[in-house]
Design a protein around this ligand. Structure first.
Ligand code: SF4
Length: 459
């Protein structure tokens, strides 16, 4: 608001009180004269010195579209890249101001391998060949079940698909995951409601506060639906009685149900209650992590093959993999990506396996204990696709170049497969691997244009 008058006019907050919102960065972004600036960007670069790249916010599964503005090899800021189907031009502060994490200086910069007890820098080719040799040794001595693969929600769809292919098809192990806790009973039916479709529902039921905490820009879509479009938005406890709620919503033409993935059964119970009384409903499940949805869709889960086909013999989930490492039944672990360090048992489990192969961008538990370590890329350095929580397949592009000249994570996975004697059949590049995905998962056919995967398509 304006304070004072005439030449003394100032832009200020009401009565000098600080703004309190998760969306304050938008105020500076839409400031028409550039008088309001972002503290984390101010004086870092002149706009004409920045290189702009369209990509996706890495901080949650909502998939807000961004521009990565970079100067030399540093991300200088994230700016909104309006996508009316997803973010409606808004970013939350958590996402907008998360870019300094990508500029961390504690990067893994060289391939390393444990030689005669000590880890040493080696050539890329030697690191890959040592990684493949170690896995072949474990395979020969203990069989495929002694090997596990752990991805993360920061891997692209193409990487997720290759990790599960390496695990299942090349090594033959069922133990693979992208998270450390179990995920049961997942299916495309839990993702029928699109983000923009919220505006078309007569009523939207939000179960618990987790969906908006996990994906903050969802709050703005619900706010728009309620205030501009006069839709009924009902925030309910996640254990609300589905029958009672269904009665309350009788006669609506379309009900949207939004729930966090930990409470997806409650959402499905409400959907079933509504169906019994003839009220159409669609469900939006909010998953945790940037590409958690892509990892689920493409089978980087122990219980499901790509496209949610049940695995014939489900393996251990991420937590089970760590337990097996501790109890000694797991001998080799391949870890790709980042983001598990907060789990209290993670580092200890890494110390117990005989062979730990890490492809990771930052120094941490994986880099400390890996027997073979390869420099990974951050999401701002990768090319490929990711899938947001509603199933929209969107492209990520490298906004900055890594500070090393080693191959991408995708190529490392391809080279590792070759070292294990497997032939991927295509170049380990985002485009050709996406073609493999589209062949394996009909819903992903032709999805490079930012559309939602179509789960009504069959093989
Ligand atoms: S809602 Fe999620 S994707 Fe969107 S800006 Fe915030 S953290 Fe990023």
């Amino acid at each position: 608001m304006l304070q004072e008058r005439s030449v003394k006019t100032l832009i200020d907050t009401f009565e000098g009180q600080p703004l309190q919102s998760e969306f304050q960065g938008n105020v500076a972004e839409i400031c028409p004269v550039g008088a309001l600036t972002h503290a984390k960007y101010r004086f870092q670069a002149r706009p004409w010195d920045l290189r702009r790249t369209a990509s996706v916010c890495p901080k949650c599964s909502y998939g807000c579209n961004i521009f990565i503005d970079a100067r030399v090899d540093q991300v200088a800021r994230f700016v909104s890249n309006d996508n009316p189907d997803v973010d409606d031009s808004w970013l939350c502060d958590t996402g907008r101001y998360s870019f300094p994490e990508l500029n961390r200086s504690d990067r893994v910069l060289n391939p390393e391998a444990r030689l005669a007890g000590a880890r040493q820098t080696v050539s890329y080719q030697e690191a890959v060949s040592r990684a493949a040799g170690a896995l072949l040794r474990v395979l020969g001595d203990h069989g495929p079940e002694a090997i596990a693969f752990l991805g993360s929600t920061q891997v692209t769809n193409e990487e997720a698909f290759l990790i599960q292919w390496l695990g299942r098809e090349v090594v033959g192990t069922p133990h693979l995951d992208h998270r450390l806790s179990a995920l049961e009973g997942i299916s495309p039916e839990q993702f029928t409601l699109g983000i923009a479709e919220i505006e078309e529902c007569d009523a939207v039921v939000v179960l618990g506060d987790e969906p908006e905490l996990a994906d903050p820009v969802l709050t703005l879509r619900l706010f728009k639906a309620a205030t501009k479009l006069h839709r009924q938005v009902l925030r309910q406890p996640r254990d609300a009685d589905p029958e009672q709620l269904a009665e309350q919503l009788a006669g609506k033409e379309l009900v949207g149900i939004v729930a966090h993935q930990d409470h997806r059964q409650a959402a499905m119970a409400l959907s079933a209650s509504l169906a019994r009384q003839g009220t159409p409903a669609k469900v939006l499940t909010i998953v945790d992590g940037m590409n958690a949805r892509g990892c689920q869709d493409l089978g980087l889960t122990p219980g499901w093959l790509p496209g949610y086909r049940p695995a014939p013999s489900p393996g251990r989930d991420g937590g089970g993999i760590l337990e097996a490492a501790v109890d000694g039944s797991l001998k080799a672990l391949v870890v790709v990506g980042q983001g598990w360090e907060l789990d209290p048992g993670f580092e200890e489990a890494l110390t117990r396996v005989e062979v730990l192969i890490g492809i990771t961008p930052f120094v941490g538990a994986v880099s400390r204990h890996a027997s073979v370590l390869l420099p990974g890329r951050t999401i701002a350095e990768k090319a490929g696709t990711v899938t947001n929580t509603e199933g929209r397949v969107q492209r990520v592009r490298p906004g900055v170049q890594p500070r090393f000249a080693f191959p991408s994570d995708l190529r490392i996975l391809g080279d590792l497969a070759a070292g294990l004697g497997a032939d991927l059949g295509v170049q380990p590049l985002a485009g050709p691997v996406y073609d493999l995905i589209a062949r394996a998962v009909p819903g992903y056919r032709g999805r490079l244009g930012g559309l939602r995967a179509n789960w009504t398509l069959s093989a």
